[in-house]
Design a protein around this ligand. Structure first.
Ligand code: MCN
Length: 811
């Protein structure tokens, strides 16, 4: 066993997970091969909205290797609950029944209509061509505003409306704020749909588990615990007869925070046929049938004084839910809505969210889930206010920041931020970027009419994460609890197993949790094994999303270690025949105060605790503790970004020359992991600003249906990042930690767009839709110049007319 004298928390301990991942030794769901396994393939609708007048799978059954084939009608009895949502944001929210296999009607392109099971995947796929389906196309609605218009085609006729819910919030007197305002700025932003692209697409293997009279479901999921309970509720199979295992999972970014039709299908078919069933998604299916992210129309207004002080904010959101409600779909926009005020404090705020059905793929959580959208709008409009008042974007921000605080502070949306010092982050990022010289360079380029203009874009953000206090979640209509569980088991020899309820899929919990345990118990991280993702092995947990794992799950691990230490100290006192109060602990060794030679190691204590023969009377043998941690509040990381762009005004091409960031996620467990999380997050935020976006035609056909058409940036499209951190501990948890898994995605997008608009200020460009492709940027320049020329012409003709009038030349 290695000696463990140092503090590991805060050190750059190499990721334990990486050797297996980079040497091809990881256990992916698709690697699972089981005797008698059948492969499932799904026939998906090419129409976005159509009545199914006829389905016949008999042709498929005649194909070689086909064992079974079913239509939606055949399986209706198997899923009384359908694919349920776990988010009920208003009492009168409309929830359409969501069958895993459509029957009667398809409601988006990719809706599955029939399933085939074969002895190998290729046969299953080929046999889909022999299924006969007749569709009667129905009118399609793909646009949220059109969907709310009188006479719009209805996605679900039986609901009588496309409006799923209206969620309002008003704090303070908003009308009064707008009446009192010297200036009002009003903008409309479109959050384009994004397609999540985890390296590993979704995959599931379901099999009977005769030994336990139940079923095992392997799924490339972020949420095996949620999958287990929801599969049980949807199928009626008792919860204790379903074991769900998430093996190594190749990323999720929120898209695997769901329970999908295919998981349900695999389970009910394994139950029906008594054979293991495997399904994995190809990339085209991924684009059609895995949830999409974003998809909002945002109307935002800011009321302010001439000095740049914000008085009030009004927001109206239309949230494109797609055709069905997935696990958290309805809750994404309302949760994000709480964050529109961002890092600015003012008196009056209102927001109204309308969830709207369209004939498109359902939307749900995608990295940031509601908060990138909110941050984008507030960071864009604060720049619009600066332009309106002819102020520096830094100055207008500073006028509205909170004074630094380290105790819960109420926000305009009525929630409580935990702690913040946004000034410090902004000061530091400006130093890093050498703001003064950047503005000087910008001036020079403008004076020289340089075809390549320089843009300096800011974003000062905060986000809500660390989901969450159970009560707060219930208030947002999200059932299921927000606590997290941990079990820490020190073995007889003093090595440690940690069973965590969080489910890492790229975030490095094995390393971070080992560091926490190593410091708490005085062992080496190498002596800690972290178990996760198997509902039969780890305590019932709430999994990984909402940048919650460290500030909830990691804290649970630390609290369980505290319990171990309390007990170990008692055992050590007993072994050393000393009073418990006289026992000291350092670097894995208990000793008696004042006589350090009287000592035992924690490993000795573990052995004694398990042997049980020489422990305090009445004590339970062993060193094995559970903790379920219920957080008291969310955590609110924050930060400041500067994006420096070079915009080619002749071609519209944008090059991010530099990207500076100062983030604050409280004390850090593993700086290398935090940096990695930020790099990935920034890449996704920049991708939304410049490259990515799902495009549908008016019939609801996905035009960006493959990686050829959907632009995911690679290393050449992304800049080097210059990153630093400030440390403002959270009072919400005993480690003071805040989340970081989504921070980069939340803060970066507006910095990029603000930078482009800043570069093009001399051309009069005030707005560019995302993704800001060269064509869009070029057109924005042309339009703005056209408008300016038009205005100049109009001004000239008014002047000419005025001159005529003066000279008595009136007609
Ligand atoms: N960490 C730390 N110190 C801090 C904060 C975090 O050392 N102050 C470390 C944690 O110990 C953990 C990691 O950073 O190892 C992320 O922790 P946290 O912020 O708690 O986030 P989660 O573990 O809950 O991860 C969820 C978050 C989300 S919501 C998305 S989406 C996302 C993300 O993580 N998806 C990812 N990062 C991803 N990274 C990968 N590789 N793949 C994904 O799908």
């Amino acid at each position: 066993m290695t000696e463990a004298p140092e503090r590991y928390v805060g050190g750059g301990v190499p990721r334990k997970e990486d050797p297996a991942l980079v040497t091809g030794e990881a256990h992916w769901t698709d690697n699972i091969k089981v005797q008698g396994m059948l492969h499932m393939a799904l026939l998906r609708s090419p129409f976005a909205h159509a009545r199914i007048t006829h389905v016949d799978v008999s042709g498929a059954l005649e194909q070689p290797g086909i064992v079974a084939a079913f239509t939606g009608e055949d399986l209706v009895e198997e899923w009384p609950g359908g694919v349920p949502t776990g988010a009920h944001v208003t009492d009168d929210m409309k929830e359409p029944f969501h069958p895993p296999l459509a029957h009667g009607e398809v409601n988006y392109m990719g809706d599955a209509v029939a399933v085939v099971l074969a002895t190998d995947r290729y046969r299953a796929q080929d046999a889909l061509e022999s299924i006969e389906v007749e569709y009667e196309p129905l009118d399609v609605v793909t646009n949220v505003e059109a969907a709310l218009e009188e006479g719009s085609p209805l996605v679900h006729e039986d609901l009588g409306t496309n409006e799923c819910f209206t969620w309002p919030l008003e704090v303070g007197d908003v009308d009064d704020a707008f009446n009192r305002a010297d200036v009002v700025v009003k903008e409309r932003y479109i959050q384009q749909r994004l397609l999540p692209n985890a390296i590993e697409t979704r995959a599931v293997v379901a099999m009977p588990d005769p030994g336990h009279d139940g079923y095992v479901v392997y799924s490339a999921s972020q949420v095996p615990h949620l999958v287990k309970i929801i599969l049980s509720l949807a199928t009626g199979i008792p919860e204790n007869q379903i074991r769900v295992v998430a093996p190594d999972v190749g990323g999720g970014f929120g898209s695997k925070l769901n329970v999908y039709a295919e998981e349900l299908l695999a389970l009910v078919l394994t139950k029906r046929l008594g054979r293991p069933i495997k399904w994995w998604e190809d990339r085209s299916e991924n684009y059609q049938a895995t949830i999409h992210g974003r998809g909002q129309v945002q109307d935002i207004e800011l009321a302010a004084t001439n000095e740049g002080r914000i008085l009030g904010m009004r927001v109206k959101l239309l949230d494109d839910l797609g055709a069905y409600l997935q696990l958290l779909g309805p809750a994404i926009a309302p949760t994000g809505a709480l964050m529109f005020p961002g890092v600015y404090t003012f008196d009056a705020f209102s927001v109204e969210v309308k969830g709207v059905f369209t004939n498109l793929t359902p939307t749900d959580a995608y990295r940031g889930a509601g908060r990138p959208e909110a941050t984008y709008a507030s960071e864009r409009i604060i720049d619009a206010l600066a332009r309106e008042l002819n102020m520096d974007p830094v100055e207008v921000r500073r006028k509205n920041f909170y004074e630094p605080f380290d105790e819960p502070t109420t926000t305009p949306a009525g929630i409580q931020y935990d702690s913040m010092n946004i000034q410090a982050a902004l000061d530091r990022v400006m130093e890093l970027a050498e703001y003064g010289s950047l503005r000087q360079e910008q001036r020079q380029r403008r004076e020289n009419n340089d075809p390549v203009q320089l843009g300096i874009g800011f974003s000062t953000y905060t986000e809500i994460c660390g989901l969450a206090p159970s009560q707060a979640l219930a208030g947002l209509g999200i059932g299921g609890g927000g606590w997290e569980a941990a079990q820490v088991r020190m073995g007889m020899s003093g090595t440690v197993e940690v069973a965590t309820g969080s489910t890492p899929h790229g975030q490095g919990h094995e390393t971070s949790w080992s560091q926490i345990v190593a410091d708490a118990l005085g062992v080496s991280p190498d002596d800690v094994v972290v178990l996760h993702g198997d509902t039969a092995v780890v305590p019932l947990g709430r999994d990984t999303y909402g940048s919650r794992s460290l500030s909830v799950g990691g804290v649970a691990v630390w609290k369980a270690c505290e319990k171990i230490m309390d007990k170990a100290k008692k055992v050590a006192a007993h072994m050393l025949e000393a009073a418990e109060d006289d026992i000291e602990f350092e670097a894995g060794t208990f000793s008696v105060a004042g006589s350090p030679e009287q000592s035992v190691t924690i490993q000795d204590v573990a052995t004694t605790a398990y042997l049980g023969a020489d422990i305090p009377e009445g004590m339970e043998p062993g060193l094995n503790e559970n903790y379920v941690y219920e957080p008291t509040n969310f955590t609110f990381p924050f930060g400041a970004y500067i994006c420096v762009t070079e915009v080619d005004t002749e071609t519209g091409k944008v090059n991010i020359r530099d990207f500076y960031g100062v983030d604050d996620c409280g004390p850090v467990i593993n700086p290398t992991i935090v940096e990695g999380q930020l790099h990935g997050g920034l890449a996704q935020g920049i991708a939304q600003a410049l490259y990515e976006g799902a495009i549908y035609d008016e019939n609801g056909t996905l035009m960006t249906a493959s990686m050829v058409d959907y632009m995911i940036p690679g290393a050449p499209e992304l800049p080097n990042y210059t990153l630093e951190r400030t440390v403002t501990p959270s009072p919400s948890n005993p480690l003071g930690v805040k989340g970081v898994g989504e921070a980069g995605t939340i803060g970066s997008t507006p910095a990029v767009i603000n930078s482009i608009i800043d570069a093009l200020e001399p051309f009069g460009v005030k707005h560019i839709d995302m993704p800001a492709s060269p064509m869009r940027v070029w057109k924005a320049i042309q339009n703005a110049q056209g408008q300016q020329a038009g205005e100049r012409q109009a001004d000239a003709s008014v002047e000419a007319r005025a001159a005529d009038v003066e000279q008595g030349g009136e007609e």
